[in-house]
Design a binder for this molecule. Sequence first.
Ligand code: ADP
Ligand code: MG
Length: 611
Amino acid sequence: MNKIQKLPDHIANQIAAGEVIQRPASVIKELMENSIDAGATAVHVNIKDAGKTLIQIIDDGIGMGSSDAILCFERHATSKITKADDLFNLATKGFRGEALASIAAISHVELRTKRSEDATGHLVRIEGSKITEQNETVCPNGTQFEIKNLFFNVPARRNFLKSDKVEFGHITDEFIRVALAHPAVAFKLTHNGSVLYDLRDAVLRKRIVDILGKNTNDRLVPIEESTDIVQLKGFVLKPEYSKKSRGEQYLFVNDRFFKSTYFNHAITRAYDGLLKEGYFPSYFIYMDVNPQRIDVNVHPTKTEIKFEEEKLIYSILVSSIRQALGKFNIAPSLDFDRETSFDLPVSMKDQPAYEPEIKVNPEYNPFKTTSSSSTNSGSSSKNYTSAIKSAGFGKETNFDQKDWENFYSIKEEESVVHNSQISTLFSDDITYVVKGNYIVVPSENGFFMIHARRAYEQVIFSDSMQRFILRPLNAQTLLFPIEIEVSRSQRTLIEENINLLRQLGFELEISEETLSLTAVPEFLEEETIRPCVEEILGTLEYEDPSEKDLAQGVLATVAKSAAMKKIDLQNKEHTKHLIQQLFECDQYIHTADGRRIIVEMNMEEIGNKFN
Ligand code: ADP
Ligand code: MG
């Protein structure tokens, strides 16, 4: 007998389902998008028990004929593309023809659908990919899907589902994303019998206000920009209404919600100097891009999108948002001390250089606990998996080596420093410190300028990352516990992640509405504890990070906090040590959140300055 056998369809579908359908919210997203693709003008989403018991989606779209009502459940069955070329010209949400096959493989589905030109509708019941009933039926024009017993035959998935509160949070996230992408369609969401959203068809501004509340209206600043590459429209929130969490950050391209840390960075930059420490801008930005110039195919659930002209769009975003904020007379006069600015990229231009305030605590040496941990890129990450396993993390956290390698690999577009150059850096002792923060060092082709504070931050980040992989991080006990109010959903999220938070150095107790911190990671400065914890709460609540993203985020925040201390650059040895440590980090060009640490000025650029 052959060893290799083709998997039966229902098994293949079940495997594919794992990619497309992670939780009830994924079903809601896929079905809502199908309704939009079917030209619906109204979509009703009705769920019970956060979708664990029932998900029902009713639309008034074009409906399906009798054979399509069966075919739609086959894998790779789609009416949306017919040839590979269509992939580069997508005008619909779906195109893979995977969603219904996946959903049908792992639940009990009932479909009722009718086209306006047909006299009767069709009913199809399907359970774990097997059709159990097909019949004519009486039903209104359009389509209704009922999904029951999701993951009934994938117990691992079912057990993995979080509390109703958390799952319902994901559902509203998806619902809002689709509703924001299609203001001209009416949407309704009911949960356990109560109506949560009842959104009439509207213009974009009204749709945003209907979702966020009336007082949002005055806070919106319109964005509009038309270029050959991208058409931008939408709104940003006036900076004074920014939030301590990343909740209201929405990017859409061709009416599709997507996530992009790169563009988020651009938008944040446009707010440079306008946000209080620890605050994030809110935005609803809609891009129209020639579909041939983007690739939505990179991710099975399609929240990441590749753009051909990413860099240009970045600049267009920064300039058009800056302009819009400027037009609305939002002067950079908010009362905050830039020096302690907590999460914003501090761009070097457009602002006066600040006076040195930085001094290194001579007793403090972040590197002494690691012997050879910070080796040159690549090699150190090879040992992660075994290190994690031996530290006992493997069981709880499911990290694997590839994850950890990605963990570190924030894309470095251009590597300014090459290993061969590093040695020349230290061949002589010529370093200059400008304004207490910029270190100038000769390079092979000219000179480097290093942002000292960011360098210091990166060194601490990379060092604590490496130590964290090996063992839980040290905690510093607080003299007086710090109490932070939390909502019920935040409490659940903390409880779900408590092990990881402990490993990162947080000791905490949690009662009904209060989080009481008794110890925090070392290096976390007293005044940044609160904003740091609030940032973690925001991330948990709105981003549903994987454990590795959460760990990385926390460590990056801690490093940022540590780098607010005074760094003494008067001391040549310290400065040299800092540069050395920086170049030993796996990433030394950008900080974990993408701020530039080092730039090179080459001979040509220097020469040009003298023309
Ligand atoms: P895709 O959306 O990628 O084509 P799906 O599995 O989500 O794949 O859907 C398969 C097909 O079923 C769609 O291409 C469409 O023809 C049909 N279909 C799904 N949902 C609806 C709906 N609500 N109304 C009409 N047709 C639908
Ligand atoms: Mg679809």
